[in-house]
Design a protein around this ligand. Structure first.
Ligand code: URA
Length: 238
């Protein structure tokens, strides 16, 4: 190769190394829409709709047979804070929304105390149909709904999950410990492909019966408030 061609080539290589020539000379079209939309609200809504339809298609379920309608969720699906209760009661069954009865009113007050509300958290339950006579869901029922709950958590992809009461605690944090031992601590638990922080606290229905436990509930709420700050979670002020 002549010296002249060699110099030209060196210059060209130098030039290409300065620019991203792959982008210029790649003859494959760039798909600007691929992957980027995965976390978009539209996608989120679609995934939640698919999950809801999967639950609606459940067969041979005593809960479903006795309930008026599905209670899927309430709140903001884009929220990084998720709250999980036990299961719908009579009011929830009528309205199709979680935590709308007396326990729900207390939950709203608890959220308000740490500057949260239903517009900036996402709420669901371990089971999506009201258990007859407001009984606790059985272990088999919890097991049946658990894959849906896990999918639900994965779709929302929260950073913090508040488990209200022993049913939610037992569903996610296995073990037979009582709430008073488990509450007030952070747990990092893998749920399918994600690993949020979980905290257990008293169910608002229990707090209505045992108001002296509100002191400890307030400790847990303050832990959530601090964690939101430490993790720099943006709270929509709606
Ligand atoms: N209790 C729950 O655990 N969930 C509700 O939705 C209402 C009451």
């Amino acid at each position: 190769m002549s010296k002249k061609i060699n110099t030209k080539l060196t210059k060209l290589i130098k030039y290409y190394s300065l620019i991203n020539h792959n982008l210029i000379f790649n003859n494959k079209a760039i798909n600007r829409y691929a992957q980027k939309n995965l976390g978009s609200p539209l996608n989120l809504v679609k995934k939640l709709e698919i999950l809801k339809n999967e639950i609606l298609e459940i067969k041979n379920c005593k809960l479903k047979e006795n309930a008026t309608k599905i209670v899927f969720s309430d709140g903001n699906p884009k929220s990084k804070i998720m709250i999980i209760g036990e299961g719908p009661g009579a009011n929830e069954d009528l309205e199709g929304l979680p935590f709308v009865g007396r326990a729900g009113q207390l939950l709203d007050k608890m959220l308000h105390a740490i500057n949260l509300n239903r517009n900036n958290v996402y709420i669901t339950n371990v089971v999506n149909y009201r258990p007859p006579e407001n009984r606790r869901p059985t272990d088999q029922e919890i097991e049946r709904y658990l894959p849906f709950l896990k999918k639900h958590i994965e779709i929302i992809n929260p950073k913090i999950v508040l488990l209200l009461g022993s049913t939610a605690m037992n569903a996610i944090i296995n073990g037979d410990d009582v709430i008073s031992k488990v509450r007030g601590k952070w747990y990092k638990i893998s749920i399918n492909k994600i690993k949020p922080y979980f905290i257990v606290s008293f169910h608002p229905a229990y707090l209505l019966r045992q108001p002296d436990q509100k002191k400890l509930s307030w400790v847990d709420l303050k832990m959530i408030r601090d964690k939101i700050k430490n993790l720099s979670i943006k709270i929509e002020k709606i």
